[in-house]
Design a binder for this molecule. Structure first.
Ligand code: SF4
Length: 292
């Protein structure tokens, strides 16, 4: 299977500090950003030759990255689909105009719950640009009771909506407060009543079933994972990984390795990773549209 999409992290910096974020929970460490734009160009050429279709620019908050324009333009020049995942607070009229001009094709807005602020952001994006943003809500014990409101909010604005469960490591002091492991049966029933119609409409019923079984104590191994085969991650320090969760398997670094070297190493690991041997709760956030 060719490498079809790459997550590119220009920076892991963020000013918001969402408590469920991998960097805040300690699951992942923020990396010191380096300027890897020069080697990224030839690497992208090789990736496109080998099947790259989409670049997903995330972070941290990518809108804080100092050379975002150059990064977007490098990717857009290769005619791949460029998706930007952002919290959106910084999106004003000028920046929206810039993102369109630089070549961002689509925007996903991370949103923990419906709010006037989110509504203003989504409306600003739709009014001042051609983007129809997808909303992405990370579910924690704190916001599950607002999942239905989030569905209504997205429906009212006619926007696509994704839900993913937050991964809170058990040793975190706020595990009880945030983890879906701490939902009681009634809360799960209510959540499933909300999420089932959403999943049916968004064709995510397989994903929802994996998620429910996982938190119900009957983990269902998905048997397939695209990370490491169709997808990979370029971290802010230019290290390339098969997955956000496999920092034990660095494939190389853009500053010191060519794409062909990185790709060869990716192909070594791909036959193992494709069967999702490392599947766990931390992966559920990556499984929209992949499992089931
Ligand atoms: S199974 Fe999970 S940890 Fe393993 S490669 Fe896939 S997403 Fe990453």
């Amino acid at each position: 299977m060719p490498v079809q999409y790459a997550f590119i992290l220009p920076s892991t910096r963020c000013d918001i500090h969402c408590e469920h974020c991998f960097y805040e929970t300690g699951h992942s460490e923020r990396t010191e950003a380096v300027d890897y734009l020069e080697p990224l160009g030839p690497a992208l050429d090789g990736m496109v030759r080998d099947g790259l279709q989409q670049v997903i620019i995330s972070g941290g908050e990518p809108l804080l990255a100092p050379r975002l324009q150059q990064l977007v333009e490098l990717c857009a020049a290769r005619l791949v689909h460029v998706l930007l995942i952002t919290r959106g607070e910084l999106l004003d009229e000028q920046l929206l105009d810039d993102l369109e001009r630089w070549g961002v094709d689509d925007i996903t807005l991370s949103a923990s719950q419906p709010s006037d602020r989110l509504r203003a952001t989504a409306n600003r994006v739709m009014f001042h640009s051609r983007y129809l943003p997808t909303l992405l809500t990370c579910l924690t014990r704190k916001n599950v009771d607002r999942a239905g409101e989030m569905v209504d909010f997205a429906a009212r604005l006619n926007l696509p909506l994704l839900f993913t469960p937050a991964y809170i490591p058990e040793e975190r002091p706020n595990f009880d407060e945030l983890s879906l492991h701490r939902l009681d049966d009634q809360q799960w029933d209510e959540l499933m009543e909300t999420l089932t119609p959403w999943a049916e409409e968004a064709h995510n019923t397989g994903y929802l079933s994996v998620m429910r079984r996982f938190y119900g104590g009957q983990p269902e191994h998905p048997g397939f994972c695209a990370m490491g085969t169709a997808g990979l991650v370029i971290d802010a320090d230019a290290t390339v990984y098969p997955c956000f969760h496999r920092h034990d398997l660095p494939l190389g670094n853009l500053l010191t390795h060519t794409w062909d070297e990185i790709h060869a190493r990716a192909q070594e690991h791909s036959p193992t990773l494709i069967s999702a041997p490392c599947f766990g709760e931390h992966c559920l956030s990556m499984f929209v549209g992949q499992a089931g």
